[in-house]
Design a protein around this ligand. Sequence first.
Ligand SMILES: O=C1O[C@H](COP(=O)(O)O)[C@@H](O)[C@H](O)[C@H]1O
Length: 249
Amino acid sequence: MSDASVAVHADAEVLAQAVAARLVVKLLDAQADRGTASVVLTGGRIAAAVYRAVAALPAGEAVDWSRVDVWWGDERFLPAGDPERNETQARAALLDAVPLDPARVHPMPAADGPDGDDPEAAAARYATELAAAAGPGVGGALPHFDVLMLGVGEDGHVASVFPEHPVVHEERSVSAVRDSPKPPPVRTTLTLPTINTAQEVWLVAGGSDKAKAVAAALSGAGPVPLPAGQVRGLARTLWLLDRAAAAEL
Ligand SMILES: O=C1O[C@H](COP(=O)(O)O)[C@@H](O)[C@H](O)[C@H]1O
């Protein structure tokens, strides 16, 4: 597992542009190396800004979007198309604007999906979908993830893994989350062991409301271990911050 590196950018706009540029290069490099690329998306405000920036980048046209696998790190367990779903946000900001292969886009199930209003069944279904995409070299349960992006909550959560919630200790690849401290209360999420199989994990945070969580996660200080401090990419762990989020480092 990698040690963490930190890059600090002037403000949220520059941060979004810089992450977008990194993401395009990462996808291009992965396609040059392996023929395909895979990305795990996150939700939240800075993620939406990153996706809009990718959609606007001329260099994005160099990516063969039909050979990009798209997964999600977590989802708010709401009906399909709900504006609060991370999928809805990513489709509006980026995915609808690029020529993806629909078979390679893997949203987490919605609350009006095949399992109805049952987040445990939805999580199990997503775990099965991940396992079906796993290659021979990665233990059979998970596909290769080139880059997995995470927002960072003000409480230090990543994906829908919240501090002091039982999901922190979950060992299955995907978990339902009930009683989320942040609305909506029901969610599905990749678990920490799954997140930590990605080649690169990027934690993206902008704004002064993230500064305490960023500092606590990076230092390991504080009364409670923060999920943001427990994620590591196999090859790289990269914190991408604006100055306000980095203010307490
Ligand atoms: O609820 C969630 O929050 C985090 C962070 O969102 P932000 O708007 O504070 O940046 C996000 O990364 C996660 O995917 C999402 O479900």
